[in-house]
Design a protein around this ligand. Structure first.
Ligand SMILES: CC(C)(COP(=O)(O)OP(=O)(O)OC[C@H]1O[C@@H](n2cnc3c(N)ncnc32)[C@H](O)[C@@H]1OP(=O)(O)O)[C@@H](O)C(=O)NCCC(=O)NCCS
Length: 252
């Protein structure tokens, strides 16, 4: 998607953190809401002007990311929760913040969940920080609004990633994150509350988080590779055989 040159910092931030097979597109919130598809215009009929423009930007970015991995240009409907309905075989995520918009997309064959969030780092109030930051994240965050926003941003990305699969609402304190590698922008889940389903809780160590700061924003993405689930299913189906396979592969 074409975007003015100041979008290059978001562009390079996203380019640095996404894994193979995930494509992205970035763009501005347009001055006018030019809907490419009537179905999308109909959905936004009663929305305010800014919301319409933000929605158009999100749809256009998501379509551009989907096209770059081989999907056809088409309207992107949304379900009753506002979750976009992606084309069969695809998954994607959208985020908009303060004039910026970005979307990521991948193939379901490669990725089971995918989330994205974009936040300005100087906006969280003291009370919002208390709501977002888990007591065990406090030693990392201290009183740093930027670090607190990173935690918020990663939790929003996680929420968007899991919701389409497990439809779970949670509190921010249900998810405890740790910044494992500040330099390369990597985080892991330390704990996920019982409100979330067992299947998801059993996968937390395999969910990847990456983040990057740019200008006075932070962008984060999270994903789970489908191959991890396929491997698990295989080991569950053939536990004895799989242990001998593991033994053999360790020889190499
Ligand atoms: C839905 C939510 C994640 C949107 O985040 P936001 O920072 O306000 O807005 P963003 O611009 O980043 O993202 C909006 C996009 O997310 C997508 N989205 C909305 N609801 C969604 C959901 N339930 N699941 C997945 N994606 C969703 C949409 O694409 C939307 O844009 P669109 O309506 O133009 O298509 C947020 O409002 C929310 O409800 N957060 C709850 C977080 C939470 O409870 N966390 C605790 C558990 S860890």
């Amino acid at each position: 998607m074409n975007a003015p040159s100041h979008f290059t910092s978001l562009d390079s931030a996203l380019g640095s953190l996404l894994p193979t097979g995930i494509q992205f597109a970035v763009g501005p919130i347009p001055e006018e809401s030019r809907f490419r598809f009537q179905a999308e215009a109909d959905r936004m009929r009663s929305a305010g002007d800014y919301r319409k423009r933000e929605f158009v930007a999100g749809r256009d970015c998501a379509r551009a990311a989907l096209v770059s991995i081989g999907f056809a240009e088409a309207p992107i409907p949304a379900d009753e929760d506002g979750v976009p309905v992606w084309p069969e075989g695809a998954l994607a995520a959208i985020s908009h913040s303060r004039g910026y918009c970005a979307a990521v997309a991948g193939r379901r064959a490669d990725y089971r969940i995918l989330g994205l969030d974009l936040e300005k780092t100087n906006r969280l109030s003291h009370s919002a920080i208390k709501r977002v930051v888990h007591p065990n994240e406090q030693s990392y965050v201290q009183d740093d609004q930027k670090k607190a926003t990173l935690i918020f941003c990663a939790k929003e990305a996680f929420f968007k990633a899991q919701f389409p699969v497990w439809q779970t609402h949670g509190n921010f304190h249900d998810l405890e994150l740790a910044v494992e590698d500040g330099e390369n922008g990597a985080m892991t889940i330390q704990n996920l509350g019982e409100r979330f389903p067992d299947e998801l809780r059993s996968l937390t160590s395999d969910i990847q988080f990456r983040f990057c700061y740019f200008e006075d924003f932070v962008v984060s993405a999270c994903w789970l590779e489908s191959s991890i689930l396929k491997r698990r299913e295989f080991f569950e189906l053939f536990p004895r055989r799989s242990s001998s396979y593991e033994g053999r592969s360790n020889l190499h």
